[in-house]
Design a protein around this ligand. Structure first.
Ligand code: RFL
Ligand code: PHB
Length: 416
């Protein structure tokens, strides 16, 4: 039986403690803005979920400037390039040389979320895990409300604004009245089978492989853990894949003519993910602002999802800060427009990487030769390599760090 605990009040109610919600909460904290974060899963589940691994240069710079980059600086792996493999040969694209020193950092989303939860707890601002029956209402009034049950107690949080950071399957987007959102969607006729293996990475950088049997991706999480993906049918059952079958297929697709291949080790996690492109626009209804996967999904081939979540909340934090400091709603009004410019460029890039590298069922001989010509052009033209590099490391931010009171910081030099 639950009891009513009454009402509480906050400036910004945040639904979801993934990267978007936690980063937003901390940006607001650094600007003296109060928030309550409400998450429907438990802390371990949120941290253990295996997902993204690649952080753009701008996401790394943002976390560092926010004072939450310590783990990233100690355990993140800076990569100054990436390999594109096709026809049995690897071709390196040198990000640092092409973009004036920019790079990506491989640091698991688990670690990002763990670091942000620690930072939130240190602020002593409220963060509820395991919240049940989370609902949002009065979205187009000046005081929207988040309701939920926590440890048997009903909570009613009155907010100035609500940030819907509750991912693709959350409650915020479906709470917007029907007909107000335009949905843009594309599903792909394949998915990714992903594994984590106890094996030292055999390459210092990621390898994206185009192969007649389908796409494969070599990545990593640490000097002892390799992360690998295989293109599979979209509804593939993971039970159909024994560990031996996974390794055989990985090695068949990834081994190159010079003998490079991933190291084999014990598989400690495996799952299948469907692939879709999705945008809901506008990313705002009244006083509800959607951010991250709640508003858009990209196929993971461009490694953009978590990075887009970070750029959305940087724009949102800036808009909220401007509102509280000057009562101006100008930035809140253009939040969706500003975010969607970046979102659509990331959508285009992720779609392009996906269609460049995967086997498309039913493709014609013409399509196949065009794909190979695209790969040949990409790996031999400086202009094409630069285009990939500048998008992969991340296009410039829409909002300056200084506009949310942050100063750029150098990496933390302290060892391990
Ligand atoms: P999240 O991470 O889904 O967090 C949403 C949170 O909201 C909670 N929630 C609710 N809370 C309260 N009430 C409700 N009713 C709720 N419903 C849901 C959820 O439990 C969760 O904690 O969304 P957010 O914060 O927008 O972050 C987005 C990223 O998680 C996502 O875009 C990335 O993981 C995508 N992605 C990648 N992104 C990158 O930038 N680089 C990568 O290398 C990369 N690789 C990947 C990826 C995603 C993958 N999968 C599994 C989809 C690789 C893969 C395989
Ligand atoms: C990962 O390391 O999980 C990863 C890397 C690159 C991608 C997607 C996922 O494009």
């Amino acid at each position: 039986m639950s009891v009513v605990s009454g009402f509480s009040r906050t400036q910004v109610g945040i639904v979801g403690a993934g990267p978007a919600g936690l980063l937003l909460g901390h940006l607001l904290h650094l600007n003296g803005i109060d928030s309550v974060i409400v998450e429907n899963r438990d802390r371990e589940y949120v941290i253990d979920r295996v997902r993204a691994g690649v952080l753009e240069q701008g996401t790394v710079d943002l976390m560092r400037a926010m004072g939450v980059g310590g783990g990233l600086d100690r355990r993140g792996l800076r990569h100054e390039g990436v390999h594109i493999s096709f026809g049995g040969r690897r071709h390196r694209i040198d990000f640092a040389e092409l973009t004036g020193g920019k790079a990506i950092t491989v640091y698991g989303q688990n670690e990002v979320v763990r670091d942000l939860i620690d930072a939130r707890i240190e602020t002593t601002r409220p963060l509820y895990f395991n919240a049940q029956d989370v609902r949002v209402s009065a979205l187009d009034s000046p005081m929207p409300v988040i309701r939920f049950r926590h440890e048997g107690v009903e909570h009613d949080v009155q907010c100035d604004f609500i940030a819907g950071c509750d991912g693709f399957h959350g409650v915020c987007r479906p709470s917007i009245p029907e007909g107000l959102l335009t949905i843009y969607e594309r599903t792909y006729p394949f998915g990714w089978l992903g594994i984590l293996a106890e094996a030292a990475p055999s390459s210092d950088e990621l390898v994206y492989t185009h192969h007649d049997r389908g796409f494969a991706l070599f990545s990593m999480r640490s000097p002892a853990i390799t992360r690998l993906y295989l293109q599979v049918p979209p509804d593939e059952s993971i039970e159909r894949w024994s560990d031996e079958a996974i390794w055989e297929e990985m090695l068949t697709r990834m081994t190159t003519a010079d003998g490079w291949k991933p190291n084999v080790g014990r598989i400690v996690q495996k799952s299948v993910t469907p692939m879709r492109s999705f945008v809901a626009a506008p990313m705002r209804h009244g006083r509800l602002f959607l951010a991250g996967d709640a508003a858009h999904i990209v196929p993971p081939t461009g490694a953009k999802g978590m990075n887009l979540a970070a750029s959305d909340v940087l724009v949102l934090a800036h808009a909220l800060k401007a509102f509280y400091e000057t009562a101006s709603e100008e930035w809140l009004e253009c939040y969706s427009t500003v975010c969607l410019r970046r979102v659509w460029k990331a959508q285009r890039f992720s779609w392009w990487m996906t269609t460049l590298l995967h086997q498309l069922p039913g493709e014609s001989r013409f399509d196949r030769q065009r794909q190979l010509a695209d790969l040949d052009y990409l790996t031999n033209s400086r202009a094409a390599m630069l285009s990939l590099a500048e998008q992969y490391v991340g296009l410039p931010s829409e909002v300056l760090f200084t506009s949310v009171g942050l100063q750029p910081r150098l990496p933390d030099p302290s060892p391990g």
